[in-house]
Design a binder for this molecule. Structure first.
Ligand code: ATP
Ligand code: MG
Length: 412
């Protein structure tokens, strides 16, 4: 037998029986985001590698280890590992700085990261996300967090925890980085290899390390003292305080987590994650924050921005199964040629209808009808002769004969 080709490790088919949940995620996204003034943007799935090297940051795991990069016509191209960089590129390229602020954009689609596949972690996965450009005030941070919570609630997900932190600005963060490095210096040899590499380049990222032995080090009292210390400058502190008071006023519960630094280089001030207790170890459904320097770093005008992304597979695994919707009607007929026109008329009226395309026996067709549809529309010889249709309600087994032109009125 010819060898079967299988789906690649870390990728998955989304099968028809799962489509209902995906539609729900997508429809609710459109509905809720539109209410907040967001418009959808669709950017290419591959971009110049340099966009991610500069946009995501070359000290990140994503850029160092996880990108799918290939050459084509002497250009280095990368499958997008996330979509903020692509949206920012498009924002700049399409002169969206000229639009009145804020510019609010949302997206959904596949992302690609070469990670170790495990529950909640794939190599091709999907994100839905929002980006808001042009507002530096903390009301923008509050609004995007409230939007995330609103979206999750609209999906029926309530058992979630919002964690927030402030990373300060590049200026005030410098001093904090220095102090973190100092206090971790005696422990350097005990850190994991990743942390050793991060120590010079991006010491804050150490705090995000998931390796148990590193976590134990960070839990030591003298190290905790530095981690928990207030380092942010007055302006950053005011921004953070205002954000918290918005969340308080709008009854959005949150916890503050000083270890929350997020994997990407571009964040400043606000960072946040939303976690679910029902997801096991990959428990973050949403991650985001403020990235005021990214637009400028990618060649645009200085434009503050804030946004988040959610992992759609993780959301999906929290949703209950969605039952597939039944057809309105199934036409039971002697031959397809008897049913085709009626089916097209009904479809034109918005009715979901199928019929047997393969000349199966009447009894088989009726069996199928009762499985897949709410009504059987029987087109026997008598019905054809008298231009009627027998409409059978498959829930009650009630059957009536109606004029062919009147069928639509008897379904529903
Ligand atoms: P994690 O800490 O779980 O690796 P992250 O910080 O890398 O997350 P982001 O880049 O902020 O994640 O992406 C936002 C969301 O996308 C995550 O909270 C998660 O729900 C989802 N996500 C990220 N990577 C994957 C993946 N490999 N497979 C499935 N979902 C993912
Ligand atoms: Mg990650």
């Amino acid at each position: 037998m010819t060898k079967m080709i299988k789906v690649l490790k870390g990728t998955k088919d989304i099968l028809p029986q799962e489509a209902g949940q995906w539609h729900k995620l997508e429809q609710k996204a459109l509905e809720i985001f539109t209410k907040y003034g967001y418009r959808e943007i669709r950017t290419p799935i591959f971009e110049a590698t340099e966009l991610f090297a500069r946009g995501v940051g070359d000290t990140t795991d994503i850029v160092n280890k996880e990108m799918y990069t290939f050459e084509k016509s002497d250009r280095s191209i990368t499958l997008r590992p996330e979509n903020t960089a692509g949206v920012v590129r498009s924002f700049i390229e399409n002169n969206m700085t000229r639009l009145s602020t804020p510019v609010k954009l949302w997206y959904k689609g596949p992302m690609f990261r070469y990670e170790r596949p495990q529950a909640g972690r794939q190599r091709q996965f999907h994100q839905v996300g929002v980006e808001m450009f042009g507002i530096k005030e903390p009301a923008a941070d509050a609004e995007v967090i409230i939007l995330a919570v609103d979206y999750l609630k609209s999906l029926g997900l309530n058992d979630l925890e919002v964690e927030i932190n402030s990373l300060g600005c590049p200026k005030c963060r410098e001093e904090y980085k220095k102090r973190i490095k100092e206090v971790l210096k005696p422990e350097f040899d005990n850190l994991c290899e990743d942390c050793k590499n991060r120590y010079e380049k991006n010491p804050l990222r150490l705090l995000d390390c998931k390796v148990e032995s590193c976590k134990e080090i960070f839990a030591k009292p003298e190290i905790q003292k530095v981690i928990q210390s207030d380092f942010i400058c007055e302006e950053c502190a005011q921004h953070y305080k205002d954000l918290k008071s918005y969340l308080d006023r709008l009854n959005v519960p949150y916890t503050e987590n000083k270890l929350l630094v997020r994997g990407l280089d571009y964040y400043n001030r606000t960072v946040f994650e939303i976690k679910s207790n029902n997801l096991g170890s990959q428990n973050a459904v949403c991650g985001g924050g403020r990235y005021d320097s990214l637009v400028k770093n990618l060649g645009g005008e200085d434009t503050p921005a804030v946004g988040w992304a959610m992992g759609m597979e993780r959301l999906n695994s929290l949703l209950p199964d969605v039952e597939p919707e039944k057809l309105d009607a199934y036409i039971v007929c002697n031959s397809p040629s008897d049913a085709f026109e009626l089916a097209q008329e009904l479809r034109g009226n918005g009715i979901k209808v199928e019929f047997d395309l393969a000349n199966k026996k009447f009894t088989k067709q009726l069996e199928k009808a009762s499985k897949v549809a709410k009504y059987a529309l029987i087109l026997g010889e008598d019905e054809i002769r008298s231009n009627k249709v027998a409409v059978k309600n498959l829930a009650t087994s009630e059957q009536i004969s109606v004029d062919r032109d009147d069928v639509t009125n008897h379904i529903g």
